[in-house]
Design a protein around this ligand. Structure first.
Ligand code: ADP
Length: 502
């Protein structure tokens, strides 16, 4: 099967979060399974420094954006150590900027225009590159217009008729909502600006466009695919998803084992696997403590956290619990992340006041993220919601026992230490349900109690490290979904169907 993955980020070209990990790893597994994937994404400024060779193709194109005609160029590269092609759409006015989506905490004001352009470029690239495509796999709001353009503008064009579309929702809370006049930028007829299609409370909603027009939709975990059909995690679009529930499913993300594997990880002080974790992990823990200026205490539980410091990640709970714990508990905290200024201030102050217990790095550092997974005894993810979550999967592999809130992908992957219900997977971590500091604190206490019983703890670590969360597993499910998607005949999409029914 020929799959064109349209995305706004992919490792190693550009990354702000898990979306990039998925789009960098899934195509490699698809190729390994005998399929022919290709990736298409914007050529940002930082893309030039990704370490991969990028070559111009000598192919220019022009698409309408509102009343303008805008030119773009196609560049070609490939994913590392394989021949999966990556096509980069160059348009320097839109993408030659420091960041992907915004700077100084504010989105770029022309984000709608930037991704309308990119979505049109994806469809033009199919023709210009003479690409055989069975399925276009769109991801999140940035590429959600692709299924709409395909159904509305290209459905009768030879070579496009057979293309099916899948939209993957990585995070419902980012929908690409813009003021209604941006409808003009899309070039689509105003008749599509209605509550069944592109309109959402008077605004243009790009994610909704994809949800309405894609042949299939999936979320990045089975639990999250259920949660987004209800309030509050549907973020206002729950009824659209309920309506499309027959084509909505959930597939967990996987681990890119080339990037994340403690047995060969070049960032670690010692390499180890499930058999040698007892020797390797203490070395990594001591090295992490030394690197961050914490006392080298082998027996004190070290709690790690890596991620965006925003409310979604439960940072408000951590902020409350850590202030209490530094006064009363014998534990060390290592926090790596960037996000909301109030959390930067709070964590930086705590690190200053309690240097024996708290180490904080307010930056984006991939090598340090690896060393935290290897050095931490426990890994904290008390998310308010979590579409899939990758860090808990890395933690399992690195023998850092996850302490999570049971939501979305965290609920699908982490079985609580105390869960002995029939059919439950073997315990591999600690989880709690109620979104409250007290619940997090109690769960951390349970984890610390277990940590003091070495045999028990070793069993927990061993269970997690031997589980298979590789992309190989998830890629097979995507292949099945692509096949199902191709066999679906949605004609002109749900919008048209709803009109017929009414
Ligand atoms: P999300 O996509 O919501 O940010 P995920 O857990 O799915 O959360 O993926 C986050 C990815 O980004 C992981 O690979 C994680 O290691 C990485 N990451 C997030 N913040 C940082 C940071 N400050 N430094 C290094 N890596 C980070």
């Amino acid at each position: 099967m020929n799959i064109l993955l349209a995305t706004s980020e992919a490792v190693p070209f550009a990354k702000t979060g898990g979306l990039a990990d998925v789009c960098g790893a899934l195509p490699i597994e698809l190729a390994r399974l005998g399929h022919s994937p290709a990736v298409i994404m914007p050529a940002y400024r930082k893309t030039a420094y990704c370490g991969q060779t990028i070559e111009p193709m000598g192919i220019d194109f022009i698409v309408p954006i509102g009343s303008k005609m805008v030119t773009g160029h196609l560049l070609k590269s490939s994913l590392p150590k394989c021949d999966v092609p990556v096509y980069l759409v160059r348009q320097d006015n839109y993408y030659d900027r420091d960041e992907l989506y915004g700077a100084d905490g504010k989105d770029y004001i022309d984000n709608c225009e930037r991704f309308v352009f990119f979505s049109r470029a994806v469809l033009e690239a199919v023709r210009l590159l003479d690409l055989p495509v069975d399925v276009i796999h769109a991801n999140d709001w940035q590429t959600a217009l692709v299924p709409a353009y395909l159904k509305i503008e290209y459905h009768a064009v030879p070579r496009y008729e057979q293309i099916a579309t899948l939209l993957t929702i990585h995070n419902m809370s980012y929908q690409g909502r813009f003021w209604h006049w941006d409808m003009l930028l899309t070039g689509l007829d105003w008749k599509y600006f209605n509550w069944r299609e592109l309109e959402f409370h008077g605004k243009l909603n790009l994610l909704k466009a994809g949800m309405v027009f894609a042949d299939s939709i999936n979320a990045v975990s089975p639990r999250y695919s259920q949660e987004i059909q209800t309030e509050p995690l549907g973020c206002g679009l729950e009824s659209v998803l309920q309506y499309r529930r027959n084509v909505l499913s959930g597939i967990l993300n996987g681990i890119d084992r080339k990037q994340w594997n403690p047995a060969v990880d070049p960032h670690l002080a010692a390499n180890y696997d499930a058999d040698s974790v007892g020797q390797g992990k203490p070395i990594c823990k001591a090295a992490l403590q030394e690197e961050l200026g914490l006392p080298e205490a082998a027996d004190v539980p070290l709690i790690g956290m890596v991620g965006r410091l925003i409310d979604q990640k439960g940072v408000d709970l951590v902020a409350k619990v850590i202030q209490q714990w530094v006064q009363t508990a014998d534990a060390q905290w290592v926090i790596l992340g960037t996000g909301e200024p109030e959390y930067h201030d709070l964590f930086a102050t705590l690190a200053q006041r309690f240097p024996q217990k708290v180490a904080v790095q307010l930056e984006f550092s991939n090598p340090l993220a690896h060393r935290i997974e290897a050095g931490a005894d426990m890994f904290l993810m008390p998310s308010r919601f979590e579409p899939c979550g990758l860090n808990q999967l890395y933690s399992l592999m690195y023998g850092a026992v996850p302490v999570v809130r049971a939501t979305g992908g965290l609920a699908d992957t982490i079985t609580d230490f105390g869960d002995s219900s029939p059919g439950a997977a073997p315990p591999n971590g600690f989880s709690f349900r109620e979104y409250a500091p007290q619940a997090l604190s109690e769960t951390l206490n349970r984890a610390c109690d277990a940590y003091r019983r070495p045999d028990l703890w070793a069993k927990l670590v061993d269970t997690g490290m031997r589980q298979d969360w590789s992309w190989a597993r998830s890629a097979k499910q995507y292949v099945e979904l692509y096949q199902e998607t191709r066999s679906r005949d949605w004609g002109l999409g749900i919008g048209a169907k709803l009109k017929i029914e009414n």
